[in-house]
Every structure is written in structure tokens, then in C-alpha cells.
Design a protein around this ligand. Sequence first.
Ligand code: AMP
Length: 314
Amino acid sequence: MNVITTVATMETERGRLNGTVALVPTMGYLHEGHLSLVRRALDDNDYVIVSIFVNPTQFGPNEDLSRYPRDLRRDLTLLESSSALGTRHSALVFNPTAEEIYPPGFDDWIEVTGPLTERLEGAHRPGHFRGVTTVCARLFRIIRPHRAYFGQKDAQQLRVVRRMVQEQNIDVEIVPMPTIREPDGLAISSRNVYLTPEEREAALALSRALALTRRLVEEGLTDAEAVRGAVRDAVETPRRRVSAQPLALDYVSVSDEQTIEELETIDRTAVILLAARVGKTRLIDNTIVVPRGARKPPALLALIEADAAALPSA
Ligand code: AMP
């Protein structure tokens, strides 16, 4: 597989591509979630570029940058053997160093301001979204993709990136992709490797809580605070049972699906988001809900149906 490590080579190689170009930005340590994005990108486009870059600017000072899992050889093997990229010549991997992306004197920060980036992940991880939008804007300018694929797993990030490309007038289609889950419902994440078996068991409370709230909303519950309370109960009750495993919620949110602003009444398509710390690991998850009797937005059908199928039954 062609692995490109410098911006200059990437720009040259990009210049040679005639046809539609997709970008799948990742931080590596690839898993089925990433591979689902790659497969879809290959189906939709002539060329796919997978970036593998652990972006230092999106980690806070007390976060896990130095211990974030990295294994390029494993990632390349996975891409080749999973038939995601296979032997196709249409795929490239861009694996730059931090100095390539952030040369000395770098000051070209790209930021989305306002509630969309200030709440939830933005409040708990100051500077995180500035790092995300800066690296995405850099990648979009270097690679000039027609489409870029992002997972609903990082729901707020997806919306922040979409807003950033509007504000910056970057000509790229942002394609949202469903959350891929383990058979028991746990959302797949590179960070899941940190979990001990007991922590992993405790973490299942998150997807179970989301499954429960989906059912409550489908049955007609529209009081957002009642939904938030039900999530907290569902997450905290098993914690009492698995007493050795601390499972601490950072937030539970019932928000407008597009703006990620908190709702009082679920009178439109909403997203239930949560973040929790399990031992030393921080996990996030979410699910989109549509109030009883309302029409499911066609653009979100794939995301909604994937969760309906993959979340555990509540
Ligand atoms: P990361 O390497 O964690 O930065 O993720 C790279 C991309 O993969 C982001 O767009 C994520 O939202 C997406 N992604 C991560 N986990 C999953 C998953 N379980 N299902 C679908 N997409 C995912």
C-alpha cells in the first residue's frame, strides 16, 4: 500500500488523481467503525485516502495523547486484509508527522465558535474542537476531497466539522456514517483497548441506557428532563451492582439533532448524548430519536436504523 508521509508528496499524488476523491480522517488503531467508513468511501468514489494521524492539538494537557494506541503496521494489515482496501490501487494512506501538519511557527487555527463547540465535549475538553477543526481544514486543503466520511459515534464533532466547512467555504461533502457496535451494543472505539474485562462489562450500561431511552421516546415520552433522569438511573443502577467499577457520567444531553442545543420537550428529531468515565477511560455514545408519530428525516434513516438494529433490546 502506498503510504505517504509528507504534505508535499501528498499534494503531488493528489494532483495525479482524476476522478472523485474521498477522505477518511482517522487517528489510527483502526477498527470496524473506521473500516465501515473506508468501505463506503470506496463504493462511492474513484479514490480513497485514509489519513492516520494522532492529532496532538485535539488532546488537552491532562488527556491521553502519549498513551493513545498507535500501530501503523497493524492498521495497514487491517486495511489490506479486511478487503476494505485490498489490492485496489485506488487507496492511499496519508500518515504525516506532527511537524508536517504543524510546521514551526504554525498559527493557522480554524475555529467554530458558539454553543455548538462550547457545550458537552467542548465544555469537558477545552480546545478539543479547535484542534479537530484545524486539522480537518488542513487535511481538506491538502487533499481537496470531494467527500469526507465521519462517524455519528462522534456526533458533536460531525456537526462541528460540517459547520466549519460551511463557514470556511470549503467545497467538500461531509457524509455521516452510522455507529458500528460490538454484538452486545458497546460502541466500537480505539479507546476500548484500555478497558479491563470488568470495566468493559460496566461500560455496557451506556448502550443499554440509550436503548432504554429510545424505547421511552418511541412510546411517547417527550419530557427531556425525564429522559435525562432515566439515562442517569440506568447508568448508575448497574454501577451499584458492579461496585468495584466506577462509572461516572460527565453529561447526559437530550439535544436538537442539528444544533446540539438542549431541549425541554422532545418535539423534533433529537439526539441523546452521553459521556462517562470508566476507570481511567472516557467513553462517549449517542443515539438519534424521533418523537412518536413524527416522520423520520430521510437523511438520517441509515443512522437511526443502524442503532435500532445494533443497540441491545431495552
Ligand atoms: P478516530 O480515529 O477515533 O478519530 O475516528 C475516526 C473516524 O471514525 C471519526 O469520523 C469517527 O467518528 C469514526 N468512528 C469511530 N468509531 C466509530 C464507530 N464505532 N462507528 C462508526 N464510525 C466510527
